[in-house]
Design a protein around this ligand. Structure first.
Ligand SMILES: Nc1ncnc2c1ncn2[C@@H]1O[C@H](COP(=O)(O)OP(=O)(O)O)[C@@H](O)[C@H]1O
Ligand code: SF4
Ligand SMILES: [Mg+2]
Length: 394
């Protein structure tokens, strides 16, 4: 259920070999396949029993964020107008092919972009604009109130220090307390994320942990300062499918324990299907669809989303995928009009001249950037637009 590789060939390649899972019911979680695209199949949308309820208050608000990178070949327009709000305890899924601007937009929130990046827009945390805060205020917010989980925990961990030392440092960089107390908190966190013998494991080095264990330690490090927001960027992409499910389950458990909200970034639709309350789909640096996860999956209003859904193997298929043909556009030389038009079976002359804005569609809080979303609304199966004629006749 992974998306195709991006033009740079990175990411997306670690096939999960199947679906990723949500959690069903209460008590000990049972794994189940969340997306069955065959007709009448049940999608398991994010449920209260798995991801909890959303609070009313906004914690993070991103408004019209743009990020450009000047290069010798021209300006790479990596993020072109991303806006979203994240409410308390909410899980917002951000999905898109490799290179669509998912990581760059979250690095902007975390203040982790290189100095050369040109950033415009507003990013506010509980009503305060982060971009206009002093460096010191930003530092205290990031890592404490807003924490990040990376795809590769080794990016955030130092190989020469023990896990315990690094967890304790994460606490001590934001809070004054005896080192012993910080280590005790570190042990508590390792226990919370399901690392056996946490006290002994404080003395382990990152390379002594398996990939799954390292990702658990990364989650521990992210929540150790009780954040309000966790940004998880492809947190399970490098892991095998069983471990992925366990880590996602742990992430939700931990989020509930800390009442945190999550931005869950992934190229894997299955991950958001089971976990996110709302889903934002990105294409060529822009949000192209935003709605409840159920609306986006069951009633896509943007052909790109429909194409992604159609490229997931269905139970009745003989294993044949219906991928979206072509590749995402160059972010230096974007085509005029809708950036998806060269790949879109519904494209018209209007699409090739005017880039559509993200606008409301036929459902409350469901918006799409497409001139012809009504055509998808009128079709019994939106993914059928991506089948070849001979396949459609079968
Ligand atoms: N420092 C940089 N300089 C130039 N281009 C960059 C830089 N960082 C990212 N990009 C480009 O920005 C685009 C978006 O990248 P990214 O947000 O990492 O995509 P993804 O959706 O896969 O997370 C890509 O085309 C990437 O090559
Ligand atoms: S605007 Fe046109 S080209 Fe773009 S997704 Fe909609 S139909 Fe396709
Ligand atoms: Mg990325």
């Amino acid at each position: 259920m992974t998306l195709p590789l991006g033009p740079d060939g990175t990411e997306g390649g670690s096939s999960s070999g199947g679906s990723v899972y949500g959690l069903r019911g209460e008590g000990s979680p049972e794994l189940f396949q969340v997306y069955e695209p065959s007709e009448g199949a049940e999608l398991a949308p994010a449920r209260e029993s798995s991801v909890g309820t959303i609070g009313a208050e906004e914690v993070l608000k991103v408004e019209d964020l743009t990020v450009g990178f000047p290069t010798d070949d021209g300006l790479v327009r990596a993020v072109r107008g991303v806006s979203y709000t994240l409410h308390e305890r909410e899980v917002l899924g951000i999905v898109g092919e490799s290179g669509s601007g998912k990581s760059v937009s979250s690095m902007a929130v975390m203040g982790l972009l290189p100095k050369s990046a040109r950033i415009t827009g507003n990013i506010s945390f509980r009503g305060r604009n982060i971009l206009s805060m002093s460096r010191q205020e930003q530092r205290s917010l990031r890592g404490r109130k807003i924490a990040m989980i990376f795809q590769d925990p080794m990016t955030a961990m130092n190989p020469v220090y023990t896990i315990g030392f690094q967890l304790a440092e994460a606490v001590l960089s934001h809070e004054v307390m005896p080192k012993k107390a910080a280590l005790a908190r570190a042990e508590e966190m390792l226990n919370l994320v399901g690392i056996p013998q946490p006290k002994a494991r404080l003395n382990s080095y990152p390379h002594e942990f398996s990939g799954g264990m390292r990702q658990r330690a990364m989650i521990a490090m992210a929540v150790i300062n009780n954040p309000d927001v966790i940004i998880a960027d492809e947190p399970t992409t490098a892991l095998d499918v069983t471990v992925q499910a366990q880590i996602l389950e742990k992430l939700i458990e931990v989020k509930d324990a800390f009442n945190a909200a999550i931005v869950l970034i992934t190229h894997d639709l299955g991950v958001v299907a089971g976990m996110a309350h709302r889903t934002l789909v990105m294409y060529a640096g822009r949000p192209v669809e935003l709605g409840t996860t159920e609306d986006v999956f069951y009633h896509p209003r943007m052909p790109y989303t429909a194409g992604l859904l159609g490229s997931i193997p269905s139970a009745g298929d003989t294993g044949r995928l219906r991928p979206i043909t072509g590749a995402p556009p160059s972010l230096i030389n974007l085509p005029t009009g809708c950036p998806f038009s060269p790949r879109c079976p519904l494209a018209t002359d209007l699409c090739r001249t005017d880039e559509p804005e993200l606008r409301p569609t036929d459902a409350i809080d469901h918006s799409a950037a497409c001139h012809h979303w009504e055509q998808l609304a009128a079709a019994p199966d939106a993914t059928a637009f991506f089948r070849t004629e001979s396949e459609a006749r079968r």
